[in-house]
Design a protein around this ligand. Structure first.
Ligand code: NAD
Length: 298
């Protein structure tokens, strides 16, 4: 068997296009564009790249992008004051504070200050709680993107065995909640799990969100499993190269011979994250204006 490649890049491009169409309709109805504010504190190079690509993607989707770049030594009071202004600004539908924040800033306090109805990253405890009890709120972008790829591929997930490796608040836990909501039988594995290969072998669906290059081996997988690889890891450079290859948490080449479908790295889950961020921002805009976005639109 050779696994089908789940093309997250193509799926994300289509989602962004649909978001762009609905965003144009929103602008006509509301008399303004949907707006996303992104706050970057400091000069972390990876964060700068993310913020730049979010800015470009937001504009390309017919939405307004408000960038706020603050120096690394910004005080927590100043950052909270900016968040309060954005909460109160009717042109801003979604607020994203780029993580990680410099060490002197309390991430939980800052995320907790964002209005839950503008928390398009879905990291606020109110949104985590809404997801846990099945109320509509905002779901973190990466796991929601994984879920879109899974339902597109498998349709109904009822009764399937799903194993999520990793229990972070931004990927593993919300991923498990979404799978549970879709009636899968869900196991969350983590760094203290005993006999991880045996746990993974039960799974019809494996979601790997660990951050360890090629940790999940082909022999761990059940025949025909669907594999979603969230991990992004850079290998050490080959002799003569200045950068190593990007790989996921799954041994991709090996898994291709066992799985029925798998997301590549890069080009799988990664591109979904920004597309879902735009989707969440548009949903926020429709809600903020009291306009109706068809339930299955995006
Ligand atoms: P994290 O470090 O917060 O969490 C990692 C999790 O892996 C922990 O819950 C830990 O218990 C578990 N773990 C660690 N070692 C383990 C082991 N040996 N066996 C089993 N479980 C183990 O990471 P995160 O923020 O959830 O991100 C995970 C990975 O996903 C990273 O590679 C990150 O770069 C990537 N990521 C990708 C996207 C995307 O857009 N594609 C978004 C977010 C994160």
């Amino acid at each position: 068997m050779t696994a089908q490649v789940i093309d997250g890049k193509a799926f994300a491009a289509k989602l962004r296009e649909r978001v762009g169409e609905f965003a144009a309709t929103f602008a006509e109805k509301a008399g303004r564009k949907a707006g996303l504010a992104v706050v970057l504190v400091g000069e972390d190079p990876a964060s700068q790249v993310y913020v730049r690509s979010k800015h470009k993607a937001t504009l390309a989707a017919n939405m307004e992008s408000f960038e706020h770049r603050l120096p690394a030594d910004t005080s927590e009071d100043d950052l909270l004051a900016l968040v309060a202004r954005l909460n109160a600004d009717p042109a801003v539908d979604g607020i994203l504070v780029q993580l990680p924040l410099p060490d002197h800033l309390d991430e939980q306090a800052v995320i907790g200050a964002i209005s839950p109805d503008k928390d398009v990253d879905g990291f606020h405890v109110t949104n985590a709680g809404r997801l846990a009890v099945g109320q509509s709120g905002f779901v973190p972008c990466t796991p929601l993107g994984c879920m879109m790829l899974l339902t597109d591929r498998l349709g109904d997930l009822s009764g399937l065995e799903a194993v999520v490796i990793g229990r972070s608040n931004i990927v593993g836990k919300p991923m498990a909640q979404l799978l549970l909501d879709a009636n899968a039988t869900v196991t969350i594995a983590h760094s203290r799990t005993k006999d991880l290969p045996a746990v993974v072998r039960r799974a019809d669906i494996v979601v790997a969100a660990v951050g360890r290059a090629e940790m999940v081996k082909a022999e761990w997988l059940k025949d025909g499993a669907t594999v979603i690889d969230v991990g992004i890891n850079r290998l050490p450079p080959e002799p003569g190269a200045d950068k190593g290859r990007l790989v996921g948490d799954v041994d991709y080449a090996g898994a291709q011979a066992v799985a029925s479908a798998i997301t590549p790295v890069p080009g799988g889950v990664g591109p979904m994250t920004i597309a879902v961020l735009l989707r969440n921002t548009l949903v926020a805009a429709y809600r903020n204006e009291g306009l109706n976005l068809p339930e299955d639109a995006l």
